[in-house]
Design a protein around this ligand. Structure first.
Ligand code: CDT
Length: 309
């Protein structure tokens, strides 16, 4: 038996500060049409796809940043994407900043089915970086100033003939992200990211960015028997070089397709969702082999407690 889903990771090259949403949506429409011409059923765009990665700048009055956030989805600028996707019968996933009616600021991804209906909007759970201006840095990573962490957790939704999950950028580095979805039977996890290659707190990690990106998604896929689709906004954006290397990872942990450039590029794979069962039903048969009674500290404790302290 096989349940095939053809997925396209629609990597974006840099989006500069002055690029309008209309210009970015035009690039996304090109990728969507190209993906549809290759029979893609699901096109996955990156985190904060519609704008530059604005947390690299600090503003004293956060309302000065309001223009980076969407107030609804779809909206006037993104409606063409929704219309074209429905006309082509292609679903998509898009990451963006959301300022909601209650004034909350979220980093989100919305998943849209092939008929144009919204499956779900996921809010980023692990918010990296810092809360305050750090003027000595070459660039800021002030996500903790611009976004609240999600209170919702990690859902899994029936869509595209399988069980779909979402995570956003830094979420992919945390094994709990995958496991909570794994415990809901997830078969494909969609993840957009913006990862500056220069990691200011510890530059020794710079040359390892690509290795760590693959490491976390490959192990998360394998240990939970799920497909993972990782999609970058890469290249040099406002002087900051960001990792590309978008990829599709199989439930075996193998990379089955990977980007060659740091620009707009489609990374496509034909994914058999039934392949997940090979791992979920054997080595990672959770019900048979897991020992949750030994893992209680994972949910009762946040930081490290050393013996004797
Ligand atoms: N966007 C995002 O979450 N980026 C982080 C950068 C490292 S933390 C400063 C990431 O985990 O890739």
């Amino acid at each position: 038996m096989s349940r095939m889903l053809t997925v396209a990771a629609a990597q974006l090259g840099p989006v500069q500060r002055d690029d309008s949403r209309k210009q970015v949506v035009a690039r996304m429409l090109d990728l969507l049409r190209e993906a549809a011409s290759h029979r893609a059923e699901l096109v996955v765009f990156p985190e904060l796809a519609l704008t530059t990665f604005f947390p690299r700048w600090f503003v004293d009055d956060i309302s000065e940043a309001d223009h980076w956030y969407e107030r609804s989805m779809p909206n006037t600028e993104t409606q063409p994407l929704f219309d074209e996707a429905r006309a082509l019968g292609v679903g998509f996933c898009i990451g963006y900043a959301l300022l909601d009616d209650a004034g909350h600021r979220w980093n989100v991804q919305t998943l849209v089915e092939r008929d144009g209906s919204i499956v779900a909007t996921y809010k980023k759970s692990h918010i990296p970086g810092h809360e305050h201006n750090e003027p000595d840095r070459p660039f800021q990573h002030a996500e903790r100033y611009y976004f609240e962490p999600s209170p919702d957790g990690f859902g899994v939704w029936p869509a595209f003939g399988g069980l779909m999950g979402m995570m956003i950028c830094n979420d992919r580095r945390w094994p709990e992200t995958y496991r909570v979805m794994g415990l809901q039977g997830v078969e494909m996890i969609l993840c957009g990211y913006n990862t500056p290659i220069h990691y200011v707190p510890d530059p020794s990690q710079d040359i390892l960015q690509g290795f760590h990106n693959a490491l976390v998604m490959q192990s998360g896929a394998y240990q939970n028997g799920t497909w993972v689709v990782g999609v970058a906004k890469g290249g040099v954006e406002e002087g900051v070089d960001s990792l590309a290397q978008s990829m599709v990872v199989a439930p075996s942990g193998q990379i089955v397709a990977q980007a060659l450039t740091s620009d707009d590029e489609l990374v496509m794979a034909r994914c058999d969702l039934d392949w997940c069962a090979r791992y979920k039903g054997t080595l990672f048969d959770f019900d048979r082999y897991r020992r949750p009674e030994l893992y209680t500290s994972i949910t009762s404790q946040r930081g490290v407690t050393e013996p004797g302290s």
